[in-house]
Design a protein around this ligand. Structure first.
Ligand SMILES: [Zn+2]
Length: 105
């Protein structure tokens, strides 16, 4: 699995930037990352149905802390006090691709 070699948090722009081994860069808005949380509080573990209402995530959500989990995922602490989500590299990569497609659509 591809892992980022650099992780930057631009709090003033509310952007999480991941620089991958291949040198491409993913710029992920905090709000989009928070909305895509797959933890048991945000998504029903059994049905896969989203419990989190995307509109409940404010545009000015802040990312307070980022920590590395194992060597395969990031854990975020958000200003809405949520911190139970785990974002694997694969998840972040897919989210970045999806956002790129949406931006180009
Ligand atoms: Zn969550």
């Amino acid at each position: 699995m591809q892992s980022p070699r650099n992780i930057r948090v631009h709090r003033e722009k509310r952007i999480l930037e991941l620089v991958w081994d291949t040198n491409d860069v993913s710029s992920l808005p905090f709000q989009a990352v928070r909305r895509d949380c797959h933890c048991a509080v945000c998504v029903d573990e059994f049905t896969g149905r989203r419990i989190l209402d995307p509109s409940s995530v404010p545009e000015d959500i802040d990312l307070l802390d980022v920590s590395l989990t194992g060597n395969y995922a990031l854990k975020f602490r958000w200003s809405d006090t949520h911190d139970s989500g785990l974002f694997t590299w694969d998840h972040l990569r897919k989210l970045a691709h999806r956002l790129e497609h949406e931006a180009n659509a």
